[in-house]
Design a protein around this ligand. Structure first.
Ligand SMILES: *Cc1c(COP(=O)(O)O)cnc(C)c1O
Length: 464
């Protein structure tokens, strides 16, 4: 690859990095998130040609502009091929038609039944490639609201050059989500159940990474949704979807169940690269901080509520910072807002930024009752069983005031991952796969720790 794309921090005070360094760096040293210096543009001819390409071929075209001479074309093709070889659908992310206006984009055909596999399989292969090249090893640290952890563990379990430590909120994720992580028997995997919320887990990780000496001396690297390569991989399925939809000039809305704002940000960036999507709906459950932000401009943290869609039970939506930077290109502005958020738990967007956001984003929050109702209704009407996150996406899209010709809802997890919730609603077990039945029988391995950064740090130091 001959590109020389550079990556800068949203807070403007960290070193400019190359692709390879940005993958291993995770969070920038100034507390910001890395983002490419400019958005590469794909021309219309290229985008139109995607309709006759496979998912893997589209992935190559979308990802390659972000990569530099550290990988050859063949290396990248090999990594893509390996990453998606373990998906159970040849289309990787099949598009399912509900009716003439509504589609589901099924993102759960990877090994751990959630969309996180799409990026995590790729990252594991990519990191392994670089590590082998330099005969190095690393320690991976991540926090999970349920699905990232399993995808990361599955991606890295056979990778000899890495150990992986995953923090999840104790007793706050579904049993199947937990078992996807804790039943993987591999000496390089450590599951830490933290007595706190997902935001607490994420805060511990952020604090550990802000200690540059500790991070460097322990070869730590992050894989949560702040890692640039995750966003990069997730753009691919927006291009894929648009290449498979007969749009004929029709207006398209994507509805994305949103927590950390990674998945929906990838959609937004795909439009910066030339893809034509009219609107993105930020679908939230009762943890509606982003819905409130878009409505009033007030971004205000509240207590996290536990819902039946735990992967989006979030108040601190990390990737929103990348959007703030992109619409302002102003690192001082981002720094001020982030400092205010840290000190006071809130900030207020000005009308100028807010109206810019509303050109591309709308947002509606969904109650537990509404999410449950649509699971029943979707089963009754179409015979299709969706998980509670997808349900949030569907209800939220229907609330949009402006109507779009085509609505694509991201189906972010397999219903079997939330089997108890879904079973209670539809009283039918046919969606629970053999894989999940098997996992339920396996023995679990995890360590329960207090919500305390020093305790977590000690555990890591002792086990690396
Ligand atoms: C992670 C996750 C989400 C939220 O994605 P973000 O990128 O954090 O916004 C939604 N649904 C499921 C099932 C997830 O695992």
């Amino acid at each position: 690859m001959t590109n020389s794309i550079n990556y800068i921090s949203t807070r403007g005070n960290a070193p400019i990095l190359s692709f390879k360094d940005v993958i291993f760096e995770g969070l920038a040293s100034d507390g910001g998130l890395y983002i490419p210096e400019h958005w590469p543009l794909l021309n219309n001819e290229m985008i139109n040609s995607f309709s006759s390409m496979s998912y893997q071929e589209i992935a190559y075209e979308v990802i390659s502009p972000y990569i530099d001479s550290s990988l050859t074309k063949e290396d990248l093709k090999g990594i893509i091929a390996k990453s998606y070889s373990c998906f159970d659908s040849p289309e990787i992310t099949p598009l399912k038609k509900l009716d003439n206006n509504n589609y589901l984009l099924e993102l759960y055909h990877g090994p751990t039944y959630a969309f996180k596999d799409v990026a995590m399989q790729f990252i594991a292969q990519l990191m392994d490639f670089y590590l082998k090249q330099n005969k190095q090893s690393i320690n991976i640290l991540g926090a999970t609201s349920g699905d990232t952890g399993a995808a990361a563990i599955e991606g890295f379990k056979d990778i000899k050059s890495a150990k992986i430590f995953i923090l999840h909120p104790y007793n706050k994720i579904s049993e199947v989500q937990r078992k996807f992580m804790t039943t993987v028997k591999s000496g390089n995997v450590f599951n830490l159940a933290i007595k706190g919320s997902f935001d607490d887990c994420q805060n511990i990780i952020k604090k550990i990474f802000s200690d540059d000496y500790y991070k460097k001396s322990n070869y730590l690297t992050a894989i949560n949704s702040i890692n640039w390569s995750r966003i990069m991989c997730q753009m691919v399925y927006y291009f894929y979807t648009m290449s498979r939809l007969e749009t004929n000039g029709k207006k398209v809305l994507f509805s994305v169940p949103t927590g950390n704002f990674g998945d929906i940000l990838a959609g937004y960036i795909s439009t910066k690269m030339g893809l034509k999507i009219d609107m993105f709906n930020i679908a939230t459950n009762e943890n509606d901080i982003l819905t409130r932000t878009l409505m009033s401009g007030k971004h205000e943290l509240r207590k996290v509520k536990e819902t039946s869609s735990p992967s989006i039970d979030i108040q601190i939506s990390s990737n929103f910072e990348r959007l703030l930077y992109d619409i302002t290109k102003n690192t001082d502005y981002v720094n001020n807002l982030m400092a205010e958020l840290k000190e006071t738990g809130k900030y207020t967007l000005e009308e100028k930024e807010l109206s810019k956001m509303r050109e591309t984003f709308c947002s509606y929050s969904v109650s537990e009752k509404e999410a449950g109702e649509i699971i029943k209704e979707t089963f009754r009407k179409y015979g299709i069983i969706v998980d509670p996150h997808t349900a949030v996406g569907l209800v939220s899209a229907n609330k949009c005031e402006k109507k779009y010709d085509l609505q694509v809802t991201l189906s972010t997890a397999h219903p079997a991952k939330f089997k108890d919730t879904v079973f209670d609603l539809i009283d039918n077990e046919k969606f629970i796969t053999d894989k999940v039945h098997n996992i339920m029988k396996l023995e679990e391995d995890m360590i329960i720790l207090d919500n305390d950064i020093d305790i977590v740090k000690n555990f890591i130091t002792e086990n690396i």
